[in-house]
Design a protein around this ligand. Structure first.
Ligand code: GLY
Ligand code: MN
Ligand code: MN
Length: 436
């Protein structure tokens, strides 16, 4: 579990980079679904990383060097009537006692208090552009400070992207975060195993979605980390297919891209398997290429390698495999150079994973791909998707295969957090035959 001390350390770490600036970090606004119904609330990832606080209507302020307290929270006050309808609130005292704030103020009072906190600070660190309504308020508070310059205060001269500092911290996952990520991964693995075991021709895609999300919730995960993709047959060639309502046909493959979000940390797994429990020779020929590409890409994950290393490894295996199957023609180097593989492998191999499913952190530094370091977590997810085009032999058309695992960079190399979800054809067929 992430302790109050862990959060305090993160704030200290961030504050050590702020100089005489101030950071203003709102949590996410509540989102209306329709009428007076709201989506289930999920805090802003930056705000959560620094506070662990999960209620809506909250803003954190980090003011390094402020004599009467550096960490302030604006949040909802206790309110017996509201709490009877909507559940308990932490309140101002709780923000101090449980969340380590030096001081806490009612959310409604931010208008009156925040401008004075900005006085005599040289910079404001914020996530400009993320929440436009909050941006407007912040700009208004800044102009408020400017109007008071005649009375001797100075106004911040710069607005700086908080992410430039904070997202570099978020990129390296430490032990408490990894514990949660491993649990999210384990729940997601269990869900994929259940989906494989329960899958049968004639079911609807949403029935499999229900199996997955049953396991997520049963395991304590609050939500799917993103809308689950359950794509039978040619639906797998639609990369973000989420309709999940077609019937599963016995000669087709099923691609499932689904992961749980546990305490705001995401897992992201894809498996592709035969609906009737046995790969056909055609399916297996393509599947083996994707699997070899994925294994080669995972092998390329180690400290000192670059972020692009796994992608380059996957591209080479896929280009070679597609040439062997005569889906591409020419020399492998030529095919790679021309990007011919992109007809079948349209996306990249990896993204960072953490509080956000496509997590924060730069992929390039200056002109170069960034170097992998212990504590980074990335997905490895090559795929082949064969379009229904007349110059492609019919037998391949409409096959979509992706295999995705979550990989932690360790000092010794890497650890695959999602390895227990079967991906070797025999292991998949065994699980589907035995039913667990
Ligand atoms: N599920 C989103 C992705 O794989 O990137
Ligand atoms: Mn995915
Ligand atoms: Mn992914």
């Amino acid at each position: 579990m992430t302790t109050a001390r862990d959060y305090a350390q993160r704030r200290q770490h961030l504050m050590s980079h702020l100089g005489d600036g101030i950071a203003v970090i709102p949590s996410a606004p509540q989102a209306r679904r329709n009428g007076d119904v709201e989506y289930r609330y999920r805090p802003d990832s930056d705000f959560f990383y620094l506070t662990g606080f999960t209620e809506p209507e909250a803003v954190a302020v980090l003011a390094p060097g402020r004599a009467s307290g550096e960490f302030l929270i604006f949040c909802r006050e206790r309110d017996p009537v509201q709490e009877m309808w909507n559940g308990g609130r932490v309140g101002l005292e709780g923000a101090v006692n449980m969340f380590g704030a030096d001081d806490a103020f009612p959310f409604e009072d931010i208008e009156d208090i925040l401008p004075s906190l900005l006085e005599n600070r040289s910079r404001v660190y914020c996530n400009l552009g993320r929440y436009p309504d909050f941006d407007k308020q912040l700009l208004h508070w800044l102009s408020d400070v400017r109007t008071r310059r005649r009375s001797g205060v100075t106004a911040p001269g710069e607005l700086v992207d908080l992410g430039c500092i904070l997202h570099e911290l978020r990129l390296i996952k430490r032990a408490p975060e990894l514990r949660v990520m491993k649990k999210a991964a384990a729940i997601s693995v269990k869900a994929h195993r259940r989906a494989m075991a329960r899958c049968a021709p004639g079911m609807r895609e949403y029935e499999i979605e229900a199996e997955l999300e049953y396991v997520f919730r049963q395991g304590g995960a609050q939500y799917p980390a993103y809308p689950s993709i359950v794509a039978g047959g040619a639906n797998a060639c639609v990369l973000h297919y989420i309709d999940n309502r077609d019937r599963l046909r016995k000669g087709d493959l099923l691609l499932i891209d689904a992961g749980a979000e546990l305490d705001c940390y995401c897992a992201d797994i894809t498996r592709t398997f035969p609906i009737n429990g046995r790969f056909s020779a055609t399916q297996k020929a393509l599947y083996d290429i994707v699997l070899a590409a994925q294994l080669a890409a995972i092998d390329a994950v180690k400290p000192g390698a670059t972020f692009n290393g796994p992608h380059e490894a996957a591209v080479r295996v896929i280009s070679t495999g597609l040439k062997d199957l005569k889906l591409l023609k020419g020399s492998v180097d030529g095919l790679i150079e021309k990007g011919a593989y992109r007809k079948f492998f349209v996306h990249r191999t990896s993204h960072w994973l953490g509080l956000d499913v496509h997590d924060v952190g730069e992929y390039r530094l200056g002109d170069a791909w960034r170097v992998l370091e212990a504590g980074m977590v990335l997905t490895v997810e090559p795929g082949i998707y064969v379009p229904a085009e007349k110059n492609v032999p019919k037998k391949w058309q409409g096959i979509g295969i992706r295999i995705e695992d979550d990989v932690l960079v360790t000092r010794a190399g890497h650890e695959v957090l999602t390895d227990d979800a079967p991906k070797h054809p025999e292991a998949i067929e065994d699980l589907m035959a035995s039913g667990d």
